[in-house]
Design a protein around this ligand. Structure first.
Ligand SMILES: Nc1ncnc2c1ncn2[C@@H]1O[C@H](COP(=O)(O)OP(=O)(O)O)[C@@H](O)[C@H]1O
Ligand SMILES: [Mg+2]
Length: 236
């Protein structure tokens, strides 16, 4: 669905990513793990068009989108949900949904809203509450719901369970699986909970210092000695 080819990126003169070849497979969950500051968020931002690209490409459905602006990528079906500030806290849940659908025809908005609320029926109870009053987990629900309204086909989630209680983190992991299975979404998941990330994804990339230090089928990585060592920061 999306892949990068020898992608090197960063923030103006701050070079963060080096020669990243990564693939987010259609209909699957691809996990991106790695120590703090290894470039996980930068990779998602680069795929969404928010960084400086020095060299390499971002390919989406066979098209080179390396130089396409983020708002066009949104229209093409790519959604990037940052770690924080992913909803308008001063607006109600309903208003957040409306804003997400502002480019849609009314009938289409009604249809998408229905779909988003069927994925997150919990939000029905909060429609008139300001998003800022929701818990961290409920905000994640809302953020993903707005992506569904925008007709996202690819969801890039940046640490969606950070700062959540273990119980709510589990609920989010279940939702992510449901989005893949019931809504046929393609998902890139940056997670600090490596164990759960491996359990729910098909393929995993481990970033260390801006490079792919290891990659492989998630089911095989957990037992892999080299992967375990790399996760603990032991780089050969
Ligand atoms: N806006 C920015 N400007 C300059 N450097 C940044 C910016 N955002 C992140 N960085 C740097 O890029 C590196 C990778 O950060 P990030 O991608 O956020 O890592 P991760 O998500 O894996 O924790 C870090 O050294 C960080 O300081
Ligand atoms: Mg990050």
């Amino acid at each position: 669905m999306i892949h990068t080819e020898k992608l090197s990126a960063g923030y103006k003169e701050v070079h963060v990513l080096f020669d990243i070849d990564a693939e987010i497979k259609k209909g699957g969950i691809t996990a991106i793990v790695g120590p703090n500051g290894s470039g996980k968020s930068t990779l998602l931002k680069s795929i969404f068009g928010l960084t400086t690209i020095y060299s390499g490409k971002v390919i989406y459905k066979d098209d080179d989108i390396t130089n396409v602006p983020p708002y066009v990528r949104t229209k093409l079906g790519i959604a990037y949900l940052p770690q924080v500030d992913n909803v308008f806290t001063n607006l109600t849940v309903e208003e957040n949904l409306k804003i997400a659908g502002y480019t849609l025809e009314n009938y289409e908005y009604v249809e998408r809203r229905e779909i988003a609320l069927s994925a997150f029926p919990e939000l029905n109870d909060f429609l008139n509450r300001k998003a800022g009053t929701l818990s961290g987990g409920e905000r994640q629900f809302l953020a993903i719901a707005t992506a569904l309204i925008r007709r996202a086909e690819v969801l890039m989630l940046d640490e969606p369970t950070a700062q959540l209680s273990p119980k709510f983190a589990e609920i989010i992991f279940d939702k992510i699986l449901q989005l893949r299975d019931d809504f046929k979404l393609t998902i890139a998941l940056v997670e600090q909970n490596v164990k759960r990330a491996l359990e729910i994804s098909e393929y995993t990339y481990l970033l260390v210092s801006g490079r792919v230090a290891f990659e492989g089928k998630s089911s095989e990585l957990m037992e892999h000695e080299k992967f375990e060592k790399l996760c603990m920061g032991i780089v050969e």
